[in-house]
Design a protein around this ligand. Structure first.
Ligand SMILES: C[S@@+](CC[C@H](N)C(=O)[O-])C[C@H]1O[C@@H](n2cnc3c(N)ncnc32)[C@H](O)[C@@H]1O
Length: 264
């Protein structure tokens, strides 16, 4: 691929530099300018950049400074990689940047990344959609200083008994527990927390709803953590019968395999 003079909003993945997409890596290799969220994106990703790449760390910059700098570089004919943690579309705060870029007529393209929900599930070796148990994952946050819209309180969403993936909620674990209990979740419901998934200092906690606050306190986990809750997180669920996907059932036919029972 050949880069153009525009802003590439790139998902860096959860931490491990090998978990960026090939496309994201190619953009880092070729970009004239890289602006990355240094509080959340691993610095090791810069190993992909060529010598001479201009690098900005965005944690100390305002939104206007970030966008003005990206726009100025694009107007000079430069390609700019704006690197965000995980996938930019989930709690990535890209909308406000896109709004300002569009107003300034600066072209942009979004390149997806591996969100922390999927990195955490991988670390746990878990499937979040378990046949006959839940076929839904709800990606959300607990409302705190940043409120959530009416009707999206955790207790409302939790009535579905789907797998819950809680971003930005490590300091609100007590509220998460209260809300899930208020939605009639059992105190024994399995919960897993992965802090800094795929970073060298990653921490994993496996507990239950009733044990969550204490377990997070004991492990000193209060930032940068993904909380996954629901029976899909039962560490032994893979050993239970009755959760097999119909896709591989020998009596279930689909376009790519005709079932044994239906062979003529
Ligand atoms: C500003 S949001 C960014 C989310 C990001 N866009 C994503 O797709 O993962 C930051 C929150 O994402 C979660 N997070 C991001 N990276 C993580 C990681 N490596 N391990 C665990 N949680 C992570 C945490 O809940 C953190 O509070």
């Amino acid at each position: 691929m050949r880069l153009e003079a525009k802003v590439y909003i790139v998902g860096a993945g959860p931490g491990d530099p090998e978990l960026i997409t090939v496309k994201g890596m190619r953009i880092l290799e070729q970009a004239d300018v890289v602006i990355y969220t240094d509080s959340l994106v691993r610095e090791e990703l810069l190993q992909y950049c060529r010598p001479g790449t201009q690098v900005y760390r965005s944690a100390g910059m305002t939104l206007e400074e970030i966008v003005e700098s990206m726009a100025a570089h694009v107007r000079m004919g430069h390609s700019v990689a704006r690197v965000h943690t995980g996938d930019p579309a989930v709690f990535g705060a890209i909308l406000e940047q896109i709004g300002l870029l569009r107003r300034a007529n600066i072209p942009y393209e979004v390149v997806p990344g591996v969100s922390s929900v999927f990195a955490a599930a991988a670390v746990l070796g878990a499937e979040l959609t378990v046949p006959e148990l839940t076929q839904t994952v709800i990606l959300t946050r607990v409302g705190g200083r940043t409120p959530v819209p009416e009707g999206e309180q955790l207790r409302d969403l939790a009535r579905h008994h789907a797998t819950m993936a809680l971003y930005l909620s490590a300091t609100l674990a007590k509220k998460a527990v209260d809300e899930l209990l208020a939605a009639d979740w059992s105190p024994d419901t399995p919960v897993a927390v992965v802090q800094k998934a795929t970073w060298p200092d990653q921490k994993v906690i496996r507990t239950t709803l009733s044990g969550l606050v204490r377990a997070m306190g004991d492990a000193h986990v209060s930032t940068h953590a993904m909380i996954l809750a629901g029976w899909a997180l039962d560490p032994d669920i893979a050993l239970e019968d009755g959760h097999r996907s119909r896709l591989y059932d020998k009596t279930f036919t689909h376009r790519f395999r005709r079932g044994v029972a239906n062979h003529d």
